[in-house]
Design a binder for this molecule. Structure first.
Ligand SMILES: Cc1cc2nc3c(=O)[nH]c(=O)nc-3n(C[C@H](O)[C@H](O)[C@H](O)COP(=O)(O)OP(=O)(O)OC[C@H]3O[C@@H](n4cnc5c(N)ncnc54)[C@H](O)[C@@H]3O)c2cc1C
Length: 459
């Protein structure tokens, strides 16, 4: 391997984790400032292989490569061109969604898909084929990428698009870094009238009511999601609060905002204590929060104007909030099941509630159509995401059981969140994996691109 920034190989050994801070591993971390460095590192990759990493917001071990090399792509983060008529931007893959919003929202353009945090890179977003609150109308990020420049295992850079080498393009979308290093992407931005969202809020007293209202609101609004009280039981099981909305027209804004409709100010960020006592987010604190949050939410509120940041990225207001789970970290569990298997959502809440697995963040959403990527997570149906502290008694057993139930129902677990799934369920959950394996074999026959997650799942 080459020397980078005057550092010798051993100086670059770093301990890496995902956002959930479970399963740390050590790798040679190489900052990538230019294409030549990435090419050099890929050509010189050793037996443990190499992997691109973005901002480390995947929760599990998908952006780690124990004993091998990891390319830190966040230093390759420039905007290369922007067409203000079509809204197509060409960027280096390490640019964050935060930077894209900061640069382009004041010009009336927004990212086509945003996850619940702005702190992800475009490369990481494409590799996970991320989805947002608008999946039911816009699909996942892969649907909005015109092309990518991919660094292959042989050290060559090739342009891939839905029309050009489409198999390789779609294998890279949702491919979790295992087909190559995304160096650049041409992304279609979305025109918006303001930097504010016109928000509708509805409270539902149980899961049936919540799902029914969510379907209704999805027909009316491009952005929609529900927060669920995961500790609810009995007749209240699955109670929650739905928020839906669309970008506000200038005429809907109060006069002070209408004067400068595209002003974008991310909310002030406070820092979570780095040495938070382990288990600060426990079942008592979460139960108290859930009760207060449910009661404080209006039964029905219309036309509330919220800033883009408050609506899409409330968690970004607390830097390093993952530390609140203490040293042992936490598991993020997200699955999707087809529409006709919605009962699995109820079973999941029931089983987790029974072992008092308190999730501070339990989010329910209904996906629209999936795309052509064989390993993409979204499929039509219900998706539930929960944060659960490690150490809850019986958690592994319950999650293993849910994995099986989900797979049998034709659903799947999200790999960008996964840190624990058993490998034998992967082909059931991702039935097009053989097709993906075939394309990957052609792109990277010696499996240069490796991750801890890939080893765990025997990919
Ligand atoms: C608070 C929070 C909320 C979230 N909400 C959502 C959500 O609503 N929807 C959703 O879909 N996801 C969500 N996520 C997950 C997140 O969007 C994904 O995990 C995303 O992949 C993280 O991007 P990253 O830049 O941090 O990538 P990393 O976590 O660093 O890497 C993720 C994967 O991408 C690969 N990768 C990274 N860069 C490249 C590259 N240049 N070339 C090739 N492969 C690359 C890595 O190898 C790895 O497999 C959320 C995460 C957090 C922490």
């Amino acid at each position: 391997m080459s020397e980078v920034s005057g550092l010798h190989r051993d100086d670059r050994l770093a301990t890496l984790t995902g956002w959930g801070r479970t399963s740390p591993s050590r790798a040679y971390l190489v900052p990538v400032h230019d294409e030549a460095t990435a090419v050099d590192e890929v050509r010189g990759a050793g037996a443990r292989g190499i992997l691109a990493r973005g901002l480390g917001r995947s929760y599990g071990d998908s952006a780690q490569n124990a004993g091998g090399a990891v390319l830190d792509m966040t230093t390759l983060n420039q905007v290369l061109s922007f067409d203000s008529v079509s809204g197509i931007v060409t960027v280096e893959a390490g640019i964050s969604i935060d930077a894209l919003i900061t640069l382009f929202l004041p010009q009336g353009w927004f990212v086509p898909v945003t996850p619940g945090t702005r702190s992800v890179t475009i490369g990481g977003a494409i590799a996970a084929d991320i989805h947002g609150k608008n999946h039911h109308v816009a699909g996942s990020i892969g649907n909005h990428i015109h092309s990518i420049d991919l660094l292959f295992a042989d050290g060559q850079v090739r342009t891939l698009s839905p029309d050009q080498s489409s198999d390789q393009f779609w294998a890279t979308v949702g491919g979790m870094g295992l087909t190559g290093v995304i160096l650049r992407a041409r992304v279609q931005l979305t025109k918006v009238p303001s930097a504010f969202i016109n928000v509708q809020t509805q409270r539902a007293n149980n899961l049936d009511e919540l799902m029914e209202r969510q379907i209704d609101l999805e027909h009316k609004y491009p952005y929609c999601v529900a927060w669920i009280d995961c500790l609810s039981k009995g007749s209240k099981l699955g109670r929650g609060v739905i928020t839906a909305g669309s970008f506000a027209d200038i005429s809907q804004l109060p006069s002070n905002k209408a004067a400068r409709p595209l002003d974008y100010e991310p909310a002030t960020t406070i820092s979570a204590p780095t040495m938070a006592p382990s288990g600060l987010l426990n079942r008592w604190s979460v139960a108290a929060f859930n009760e207060a949050w449910f009661r404080k939410s209006p039964k029905h509120r219309q036309d509330e104007i919220q800033s883009m940041a408050t609506f899409f990225h409330p968690l970004d207001g607390v830097a390093g909030w993952n530390a609140l789970y203490g040293r042992a970290g936490f598991i993020q569990y997200q699955f999707v099941v087809p529409e006709d298997a919605a009962e699995v959502v109820r079973t999941a809440i029931e089983r987790l509630s029974n072992i008092q697995a308190a999730s501070f963040l339990a989010v329910l959403k209904r996906f629209g159509a999936g795309n052509l990527a064989p390993m993409s997570f979204p499929m039509p149906g219900w998706t539930l995401a929960l944060d659960i502290p490690t150490g809850v008694v019986g958690l592994s057993h319950v999650l293993d059981g849910l994995d099986e139930l989900i797979a049998q129902a034709g659903g799947r677990v999200y790999l960008a969140k996964d840190s624990r799934m058993r490998s034998e369920l992967l082909p059931m959950m991702y039935p097009r994996i053989e097709e993906w394996n075939h394309t990957r074999e052609l792109m990277d026959p010696n499996q240069h691109f490796r991750s801890d997650q890939a080893r765990r799942l025997h990919r």
